[in-house]
Design a protein around this ligand. Structure first.
Ligand code: GYE
Length: 328
């Protein structure tokens, strides 16, 4: 009799401990996909569209492993509907925390509300959402894309201080509606608007991929014989465009100056080789900081609502110097 009673107390105690272990889930005990004491993180990735994304995925997977976090990883193949499905499935599986990199900025309120109602905290990584209700997520870690666009514009303005001739620019935009495409366009546009000689003569999406960057650049070259500068929202589109420029018998980096964003290995190599002229860095190594935030949010600690990644820029000379030590 006594033995049965103590067994029941022990079971009760264990249940209480298990509940505390899932703390930070809104207090209703809904969180916790597994009962092995590990934090379960559901992560919905944008896709595998670029070198940046590949490095970002690796950083997240490696650092989850290192932090002892149980990662449920899902690839949305650049489609918002797939991300919404993944988030709903994470909610159903009662993960402890959901993190995701929103492919586009708009249209997240409903699913974020569902996560909130289920008591599962959400962390945004890399890209922002335009939801006005900021209680729908705990924090947003990633780069300042407007700033990146400004850095690209500043470099260009400094290259053309001694001329008043028109500077014809073509722009390869990232995924339509995505935060980096919107913001990199804006930051760059704001800076070059200070001098009317800078003209964006064509601007179209290259969907952040090499193949599309090449295809759109080929069309730009056919329609515009006088291109001075290409501004590509990422290295991959710039690398695709280099193939198009060479195919048209022109010299990338000389006949057409090229500015890109990211600073992934292949981009840095092209910069060192003189085919790109300037790269604004955007770090994909968000994993360690993300896992740190996951642990804090899970422990119920308050975290900064916005964590901005530290970044720099590279000229051709700087690329040659740092290339051997780049991690991605
Ligand atoms: O610049 C691009 C990728 O969201 C910062 O997405 C990221 C961007 C990155 O496809 O290469």
């Amino acid at each position: 009799m006594l033995r049965r009673w103590s067994a029941a107390v022990a079971a009760g105690l264990l249940a209480a401990v298990a509940m505390t272990a899932c703390g930070g889930d809104g207090g209703d005990g809904a969180g916790g996909g597994t009962d092995d004491g590990k934090i379960t993180l559901g992560f919905s990735q944008v896709g595998a569209e670029s070198g940046w994304r590949t490095a970002n995925t690796k950083s997240i997977q490696d650092s989850a492993k290192q932090a002892g976090i149980d990662l449920k990883f899902s690839d949305a193949q650049q489609k918002q509907e797939n991300q919404i499905k993944a988030i709903r499935s994470f909610i159903q599986q009662k993960v402890d925390i959901i993190a995701f990199s929103p492919v586009v900025e708009s249209g997240w309120d409903t699913v974020l509300k569902e996560a909130k109602d289920a008591g599962i905290p959400v962390i945004l990584t890399d890209r922002a959402v335009d939801s006005t209700d900021t209680t729908l997520y705990k924090t947003f870690i990633g780069s300042d894309f407007v700033e990146e666009g400004k850095k690209a514009g500043d470099w260009l303005v400094n290259q053309y201080t001694t001329t008043t001739d028109p500077v014809n620019i073509v722009e390869l935009q990232g995924t339509t509606g995505s935060a980096p495409a919107n913001d990199r366009k804006k930051g760059f546009g704001d800076v070059i608007a200070t001098d009317p000689k800078f003209k964006i003569i064509a601007s179209q999406t290259g969907e952040f991929t090499r193949a599309k960057g090449k295809e759109v650049m080929e069309a730009f070259l056919k329609a515009n014989p006088d291109i001075d500068v290409l501004y590509a929202h990422n290295d991959d589109m710039g690398l695709g465009a280099i193939e198009a420029i060479e195919g048209a018998g022109k010299k990338p980096g000389t006949d057409i100056k090229i500015i890109t964003v990211d600073a992934v290995h292949d981009g840095m190599q092209a910069l060192a080789d003189g085919k790109i002229n300037f790269i604004v860095e955007c770090s994909p190594l968000l994993g360690p900081q993300l896992m740190d935030l996951v642990q804090k949010v899970h422990a119920g600690e308050t975290v900064e609502p916005r964590v901005i990644t530290k970044e720099t820029t590279f000229t051709q000379e700087q690329a040659k110097a740092v290339l051997p030590e780049r991690q991605y």
